[in-house]
Design a protein around this ligand. Structure first.
Ligand code: TYC
Length: 120
């Protein structure tokens, strides 16, 4: 029966001890490579049919706003055509959009919202 040869892990060589560092071996320092994640804003769009009260409830429920802030955002959307409900990671923003669209469909309203990268 053939015997398997052992797998020997490759260990990178350490730097030579530097007398300046009192014989202490310092592992190579690396520059930070991880970038902050892109943020996405959930933008709600105006339409002529979805009741204002429904939009206010959706903004409170899915975006954690109180009644006053949710009403302010709804009125901005109503007047400007669109408005930002919140800013999140890509995945969380996509989930918020799904939740809003599901609630709107269930209630029979044409309410729409999208997520888009925040300008940076
Ligand atoms: N324009 C709607 C109305 O007058 C209200 C509305 C506000 C609808 C915001 C959608 O995202 C929206 N009933």
């Amino acid at each position: 029966m053939a015997t398997k040869s052992p797998v020997i892990p490759q260990i990178p060589p350490l730097k030579e001890p530097d007398p300046e560092e009192g014989g202490t071996v310092v592992l190579e320092r690396r520059t930070q490579k991880t970038k902050p994640p892109h943020l996405y804003q959930v933008v709600m769009l105006n339409d002529d049919y979805t009741p204002m009260e429904f939009v206010v409830v959706v903004i409170q429920e899915f975006f954690g706003k109180d009644l006053e802030e949710a009403t302010r955002i709804m009125l901005k959307i109503h007047l400007d055509g669109k408005g930002i409900c919140g800013v999140y990671s890509k995945d969380v923003a996509a989930t918020k959009v799904d939740q809003v669209l599901a609630a709107a469909n269930k209630a029979g309203h044409p309410l729409k919202c999208i997520s888009e990268p925040v300008d940076s």
